[in-house]
Design a binder for this molecule. Structure first.
Ligand code: NAD
Length: 413
């Protein structure tokens, strides 16, 4: 069993006990509703055929169409996709948007593919999962190593099969084909709104708050910019190739420019080199994991020095580490709350596509802030009232809402 799936089940079990979940529903929730495994044969540029493996998992459809990203990564496994799909169910429920949870993944190192190979692989994967997806069924979005160009190919593949354009089949697509203003930065913006709420809760001020960010991709890269612009001091960032640290602060615009050329932040001038392990244990105030699952574990949790962790990534903290951090008084804003800005604006995008009526970026950002601040407050007040971690409170609210949907719908047949 992968550590992500074990972690997802562990979290469900803890929350089920906390909310005294009906054991029958608990059993239903431990199993994804549907799993599709597909082979993806792709004609490579040298005319060989390579066969990749892909997945699409629907964890729950109880509250609406399934929703969740598609990940391209050499270590994608069915267990990992199952975990990510389950977290999507709780995330959509806690933030109060009418979706179930899904996730997809292809086991591939996308950097190894030419642009043409990437497009052929994406279109064949989309064709293979076609019966699973659609605006009323399941609406994919970007995740690790996928972006708006890939979403446009999926939207086009689906539309070609329908015979007309169906923008609402994916979110996170380019604005020119029905994407939403503000979607690109929405996850990072949500991370920042959560960090600001947590700072208020802890009586900390922005001034002098030192931030370390693991992962400098769509979520971590833009989060660095937003934190910097808001007055935080971004002291360290990293990606898969390594990290950089400067106690006096890094300039995210210069970092982004450097990364565009070097394809990594490692080696950025005017900063010291650090490893990903060192970044997690750095002397800082706020730690934002925005890369992979299972980064803060029982092996390093007692060496984390940040006072606050806001999880941009899904599943970066193992259940054992979560308890160690809590015992040490380190506050963790959990993934299903902290990174829910992305799926929230994906929901806005889907609503705009269905209505064919588009909002300004200001409207998107204002509504996102309302949702994030409102959700944070609900989670914080339950956590305070019951004396539990923010993660347990968020899971309790999310799982409770999915349970309620099951109860009112009843069990078919
Ligand atoms: P991305 O592919 O754009 O960026 C990932 C970053 O993490 C890159 O900088 C990469 O080099 C780095 N990375 C990968 N493996 C690493 C490792 N082992 N150690 C250190 N760094 C590593 O992906 P993204 O969309 O920014 O997603 C990052 C995380 O945020 C994932 O956990 C994803 O599920 C989660 N997330 C993303 C969104 C979204 O809207 N994109 C929404 C919610 C949650």
């Amino acid at each position: 069993m992968s550590s992500a799936w074990a972690a997802a089940l562990d979290q469900l079990d803890e929350a089920a006990a906390f909310i005294k979940l009906d054991p029958n529903l608990h059993e239903v929730f431990r199993t994804p509703k549907r799993i599709l495994t597909v082979s993806i044969p792709v004609r490579m540029d040298d005319s060989r055929v390579e066969v990749f493996t892909g997945y699409r998992v629907h964890h729950s459809l109880a509250r609406g169409p399934a929703k969740g990203g598609i990940r391209y990564h050499p270590e994608v496994s069915l267990d990992e996709v199952k975990a990510l799909a389950m977290w999507m169910t709780w995330k959509c429920a806690v933030v109060g948007i009418p979706y179930g949870g899904a996730k997809g993944g292809v086991r591939v190192e996308p950097r190894r593919l030419s642009l043409g190979e990437l497009e052929r692989m994406t279109r064949r994967y989309a064709s293979e999962i076609l019966p699973f997806i659609g605006p009323e069924r399941d609406v994919p979005a970007p995740d690790m190593n996928t972006d708006e160009r890939i979403m446009a190919w999926i939207m086009d593949t689906y539309s070609m099969n329908q015979g007309y354009s169906v923008p609402g089949v994916v979110t996170g697509k380019p604005v020119s084909v029905g994407g939403s203003q503000g979607r690109g930065g929405a996850t990072s913006r949500g991370v920042m709104f959560c960090a600001l709420s947590a700072l208020r809760q802890l009586g900390m001020s922005i001034d002098g708050t030192r931030v370390a960010i693991q992962g400098f991709g769509k979520v971590g890269g833009f989060a660095a910019q937003l934190f910097h612009d808001a007055g935080f001091q971004v002291v360290a960032v990293s990606d898969i190739k390594g990290g950089v640290y400067n106690a006096r602060g890094l300039n995210p615009t210069a970092l982004m420019r450097y990364k565009d050329g070097a394809d990594t932040v490692a080696g950025f001038p005017a900063a010291d080199a650090i490893s990903n392990e060192e970044l997690l244990e750095l002397d800082c105030d706020l730690l934002v994991p925005a890369a992979m699952e299972d980064q803060i574990t029982e092996r390093n949790a007692d060496r984390v020095r940040a006072r606050l962790i806001v999880e941009g990534a899904n599943g970066p903290t193992s259940p054992a580490a979560d308890h160690i951090l809590a015992e040490r008084g380190i506050v963790v804003v959990p993934d299903i709350l902290a990174n829910s800005g992305g799926v929230t604006v994906s929901y806005f995008e889907w609503v705009q596509d269905i209505q064919a009526y588009f909002w300004s970026e200001d409207q998107v950002n204002v509504r996102l802030k309302e949702v994030m601040d409102g959700t944070y407050e609900q989670v914080r007040s339950l956590a305070e009232e019951r004396g539990v971690r923010l993660r347990l409170a968020a899971l309790a609210i999310g799982i409770g809402r999915v349970a309620e949907a099951h109860v009112v719908r009843g069990l078919f047949p």
